[in-house]
Design a protein around this ligand. Structure first.
Ligand SMILES: C[S@@+](CC[C@H](N)C(=O)[O-])C[C@H]1O[C@@H](n2cnc3c(N)ncnc32)[C@H](O)[C@@H]1O
Length: 262
């Protein structure tokens, strides 16, 4: 689908469309592409970081489907093009239901345009920082008496410590039935502090309407999972090293983890 077919709101760049551009998608505008080029100039590995993150998402979804999970709550979903949750899961099983949640209106509008009335996949606008609101929307679409695959992939670095991301996630974890899983990834400066700082500086420069990004250390990311879930091997690792299914293709700019509720 070309951008001209999509609802128009291209006055400012946004994280979802920027990310779509880095993935090679078409749901972005010239303003997003200009910002992407400035970020790539400052931090050439950004492209690889984004692809590596999306590849982790694919492997995490495949793992969860392998655990028998057929319904997913994807918070901070962006634009579900190019191998997103429902596409990946449906390769294994057609019986999949996915609720995509993003706080960006433009991303949600794009998503629903692309999803084109699919009765088992829906995008809604809601904020991860309001778990009661998100969970009530989720309960309208998903069956919380059965395991749910929760994804917070490349979104928690938009949540400042002042919003207590660990406590926010604990709300989601307590709503999950036994057998559910949570996959997360999170930007970090641990692997290349200079590039990550340059990427964030380029992203934030002159863009006071974009959410700020807070890279975290491995210890900080591990703490976000809390105590109610059990980390699945290999634990908290660079996205490229979470159960790789091929040779290492790019560098990681994020940690990845997947945990299961006993
Ligand atoms: C980098 S994209 C990640 C897309 C997808 N999860 C992936 O990893 O392939 C991050 C998304 O999180 C969304 N986002 C940022 N803060 C959020 C919040 N507080 N609540 C819900 N979504 C949020 C942004 O709008 C953006 O679409």
């Amino acid at each position: 689908m070309r951008p001209r077919d999509l609802p128009v709101d291209f006055a400012t760049p946004n994280a979802a469309r920027l990310y779509d551009y880095f993935l090679g998608g078409a749901s972005n505008s010239s303003i997003d592409r200009e910002l992407a080029h400035r970020i790539s100039e400052a931090a050439p590995d950004t492209h690889g970081y984004v692809r590596s993150n999306r590849n982790f998402l694919r492997r995490a979804v495949r793992h969860m489907v392998g655990e028998g999970i057929t319904q997913f709550l994807d918070i901070g979903s962006g634009i579900p093009t190019l191998g997103n949750v429902h596409e990946v899961a449906r390769i294994v099983t057609p019986w999949v239901r996915v609720l995509y949640v993003d706080n960006n209106e433009s991303a949600v509008n794009h998503s629903n345009t692309i999803l084109n009335g699919d009765p088992n996949v829906l995008a809604v606008q809601a904020d991860l920082r309001l778990p009661d609101h998100v969970l009530s929307k989720a309960a309208e679409f998903l069956d919380f008496s059965q395991p749910v695959g929760l994804l917070t992939v490349a979104v928690l670095h938009f949540i400042p410590d002042s919003d207590d991301p660990r406590a926010l996630l604990a709300n989601y974890h307590s709503a999950l039935p036994s057998g559910s899983c949570h996959a997360l990834s999170h930007a970090t400066g641990d692997f290349d502090a200079e590039q990550m700082a340059a990427a964030i500086a380029a992203y934030e420069k002159d863009n006071d309407r974009l959410e700020r990004v807070f890279a975290r250390t491995r210890e900080e990311v591990a703490a976000l999972m809390g105590d109610d879930l059990e980390l699945v091997e290999p634990g908290v690792v660079p996205t490229e090293l979470w159960r790789p299914d091929g040779p290492r293709a790019s560098k990681s700019g994020a940690y990845a983890a997947l945990a299961r509720k006993p």
